[in-house]
Design a protein around this ligand. Structure first.
Ligand code: LMR
Length: 399
């Protein structure tokens, strides 16, 4: 019956992460998957999460099915975090927000929902984008095309070319944007560029689908939400997928949310209803535990302060690691190429290493970066940064 089924070629990120797990070399370094680890190379359990978890343990509650849209406390706290407590769209009840299975689940629920109501649209992703964006939207039945984004020669943004392409899209096109800490390049739009882009998208009658997986890892929780809030304020129909995998270090709990900014409260309530139907058709309703922790942290002032402070420390550690690797690689690279390590933001740097160089780095030195050249800077620490820099320098010399 199943003899015609091809072998799965594997996922470029998760596959490499699994290969890392199987690699027996003691000195191996994982800079492939987007995970934040501390200076000891461990996934942190954040202080606020630990406290929320302890409180949850002393108050063991029943686990009923949650509503299809998730718990109201979680949905409200997330909406306030993403859009700002006093945003007009929020005050006017124009945002439909659902709890989802991480950011990936939000993307898929959003994609399925949009496919039903905009069956002829094309999805436009940045060139390049997170590998799974294309997979999710194609799996939902959309054709996917790419708009110009990363400038390989400068390590910056091709903003004019991006704008020109987006300004010519047909109505109802869906434009996937990264709110901050662009994955995989680490290159973001400036605030002025978002302000230029928003009215263009509004005028074209396109839908902005914003992926915000790294809120707090760029310039801070508020600054990183600038894109989302600018688009919402400009009246662009905006869909937002956000995730707490990274900024709560709750990867396996699959805590995320999907929000759709609508023109009126009535529209939002119909969108909300149809989104819950989309959830029912996928997985019925989301799980309880992780969302309970997130809601407790966001809704308890002392825990919230502790979380924000620790997140700030994680952001600073990444910046330090960028500076450390930059200092070690600067003698081996052109000024432009070296500058990328400190200029790009968030967890990732697009190193410019070729697939063959990434293979050599992995095979010869046990240093894992994606074959696209993406490095997870958050995997560097004071003990492995020398090894990694030496390995990169050797690979560069040999090629
Ligand atoms: C990544 O880009 O490495 C992360 O978002 C993990 C994933 O699922 O790909």
């Amino acid at each position: 019956m199943f003899s015609h089924i091809d072998a799965y070629p594997g996922d470029p990120i998760l596959g490499l992460n699994e290969a890392f797990g199987r690699d027996p070399r003691a000195h191996k370094v994982n800079l492939s998957i987007g995970l934040y680890v501390d200076d000891d190379g461990r996934l942190p359990v954040m202080r606020a999460v630990r406290e929320a978890e302890a409180a949850a343990l002393s108050d063991i509650a029943p686990r009923p099915y949650l509503p299809m849209a998730g718990t109201p406390a979680y949905r409200d706290a997330v909406q306030a975090l993403v859009f700002g407590e006093d945003r007009a769209a929020r005050r006017e009840a124009r945002i439909a927000t659902l709890q989802t299975l991480g950011g990936g689940g939000a993307l898929r629920v959003g994609a399925d929902f949009l496919k039903r109501y905009f069956p002829d649209s094309t999805v436009w992703i940045s060139d390049p984008s997170w590998d799974n964006h294309r997979v999710v939207f194609e799996s939902a039945g959309f054709p996917v095309q790419a708009y110009p984004y990363y400038d390989d020669t400068t390590g910056g943004l091709r903003f004019d070319a991006m704008l020109e392409t987006l300004a010519a899209l047909p109505r109802h096109s869906i434009v996937l944007l990264h709110a901050c800490c662009h994955n995989p390049t680490g290159v973001d739009l400036t605030q002025a560029q978002w302000q230029t882009l928003a009215p263009v998208l509004r005028e074209r009658g396109v839908i902005a689908f914003v992926d915000m997986a790294y809120q707090g890892f760029g310039d801070g929780l508020e600054a990183d939400a600038f894109a989302v809030r600018t688009l919402a304020d400009a009246g662009v129909p905006t869909v937002v997928a956000n995730s707490f995998s990274k900024n709560f270090s709750l990867y396996g709990e699959r805590c995320g949310a999907l929000s759709v900014v609508c023109a009126s409260a009535d529209e939002a309530s119909r969108v909300f209803g149809q989104l819950t139907g989309t959830v029912r058709a996928n997985y019925s309703n989301p799980p309880t535990h992780g969302a309970r922790l997130v809601a407790r942290v966001l809704g308890t002032p002392a825990l919230r302060r502790a979380w924000e402070e620790e997140l700030g420390g994680m952001r600073e550690r990444i910046a330090t690691m960028r500076a450390e690797i930059h200092a070690r690689l600067a003698p081996h690279l052109s000024d432009d190429a070296a500058a990328r390590y400190i200029g790009q933001r968030g967890m990732f740097t697009y190193t410019g290493l070729s697939a063959a160089q990434a293979d050599a780095l992995r095979e010869t030195h046990g240093v894992y970066v994606l074959r696209s050249g993406r490095m997870c800077v958050a995997g560097l620490n004071t003990r492995n940064v020398d090894t990694v820099a030496r390995a990169i320098a050797q690979v560069l010399t040999k090629s």
